[in-house]
Design a protein around this ligand. Structure first.
Ligand SMILES: [Fe+2]
Length: 442
């Protein structure tokens, strides 16, 4: 009688969790139409129901204590493997492993390129490079470290080159310097590719970027931040995964990140170990083919009167005479219609929008919100491109400034032709979420 009652309870337990898993899965899939949003609650709640229920049923059917002990041992072994296997894999990446190479601009994009990689063994960094078509290799060197960053200087504007890192894998990669004068070109922007709860779809975004790059060559990639879940100890595997995802693109063009709140901090600061943008601050500006880029840090003081704000005002003015467009990237947006109210900071908008408007900013790319949002503001376009691979959960309701919003993994492609900038937000299957043009005001 007791065994029968236990069996019925076990079956009811398993069935209840399975039904709850299906219900929550259907609800979440309705919110975000991707199979993962059905499978995650279904599998998680299903396991919570079926694992104990099946264990109880098996133990009740077992005839001897030896059989019962074997069943418990088998369940414990599977549990240990399920938990310990991923933990061991993650722990392996706590010390740097060979990764990259990836490129950044630590100096003038017209005449320099900085090659970065991660090294299991800290030996002096050496890069060999040559102009496209030239047989003779030159070399540039850097100090011994697990995070080598070797600057190649004295390059020709608009020059095409190739390079290799002998201590890494010796594979050749092409790169090109910024042209001396404005010309047509394309680049890509996205953000929020980080892991959350162990999950990220970053590689599906970068795979589509690689496919799109074959059609419209991206000269560089901008990331509006949140590239890892947390900067420090225990997250080495996330940096390794991030580098593995970006290398197909970043090995042959600069990859520029606006610091996000998730990689902010840590001692020594991992962000500074992985990236060298030419100075210790997290903000910077560069010019490329008639476009003036300002990359800000919302993770440092950006209020009026702060060093960054003063620098920004000057940097927005300090642009070449042939500038066609001014582009700003920053992590936290000026506005959002994300239902979680704390993501919207009217104070930030109040402090930045008038300056951007007065100083001729054409477009702002932000992240932080895990969605695509395009707002048309009186003086410039404001885009949140926060679907670079992180779990999606925000579903913004369109507001008065909204042109388009969608909660989906994506990236933005920007094509600059003459005085027209065309922006397309693309899903991971290459379909278009949003497309718009910005005309130069100059
Ligand atoms: Fe964020």
């Amino acid at each position: 009688m007791f065994k029968k009652l236990l069996s019925i309870l076990a079956v009811l337990w398993g069935a209840a969790f399975l039904i709850a898993g299906v219900g929550l899965g259907v609800f979440m899939h309705h919110h975000i139409p991707h199979p993962f949003y059905f499978l995650l609650p279904f599998v998680a709640l299903g396991a919570l129901g079926l694992v104990p229920a099946s264990l109880v049923l098996l133990l009740l059917r077992a005839q001897t204590w030896k059989t019962r002990l074997s069943i418990v041992a088998a369940y414990c072994a599977v549990f240990a493997l399920a938990v310990g296997g991923p933990a061991a894999w993650r722990n392996y990446y706590e010390t740097p492993r060979n990764g990259g190479p990836y490129l950044v601009w630590a100096d003038d994009p017209k005449t320099t390129m900085t090659v970065c990689w991660t090294a299991e063994h800290a030996v002096p960094g050496r890069v060999e490079y040559a102009p496209e078509g030239a047989a003779e290799w030159k070399s540039a060197e850097g100090p011994a470290t697990n995070y080598p960053k070797v600057k190649i200087a004295g390059l020709q504007p608009g020059g095409k080159y190739r390079y290799r890192v002998p201590v890494l894998d010796g594979q050749e990669h092409p790169f090109q310097t910024a042209p001396a004068a404005p010309e047509d070109f394309s680049f890509a922007v996205y953000g929020d590719n980080r892991h959350a709860g162990g999950f990220s779809w970053h590689s599906s975004v970068t795979r589509e970027m690689v496919r799109e790059d074959a059609r419209e060559h991206f000269r560089f990639i901008l990331n509006s931040g949140d590239i890892v879940e947390s900067p420090g100890e225990g997250h080495g595997w996330q940096w390794a995964t991030f580098l593995s995802d970006i290398t197909p693109l970043a090995a042959s063009r600069p990859y520029e990140v606006s610091l996000g709140n998730h990689e902010s901090g840590g001692k020594p600061e991992p962000f500074a170990e992985y990236f060298d943008y030419g100075h210790p601050e997290h903000w910077r500006a560069f010019d490329y083919a008639g476009l003036h880029f300002i990359m800000l840090s919302t993770e440092d003081d950006l209020k009026p009167g702060s060093p960054q704000f003063a620098w920004m005002e000057k940097a927005l003015d300090d642009k070449p005479a042939d500038t066609r467009f001014t582009v700003v990237t920053l992590h936290k947006p000026l506005l959002t219609h994300d239902p979680r109210g704390n993501y919207n900071d009217p104070k930030r908008r109040g402090e930045l929008e008038p300056v951007f408007a007065a100083k001729g900013v054409d477009i702002v790319f932000a992240g932080h919100v895990h969605s695509y949002e395009h707002h048309h503001l009186p003086a410039f376009e404001h885009v949140i491109t926060g679907g670079g691979g992180v779990l999606l959960w925000a579903k913004p309701t369109p507001g008065p400034e909204t042109v388009k919003t969608e909660t989906v993994w994506h990236f933005c492609e920007v094509d600059v032709k003459g005085k027209t900038m065309s922006v397309r937000a693309l899903r991971t299957d290459g379909s278009v979420i949003d497309a718009f043009e910005v005309q130069s005001k100059r």
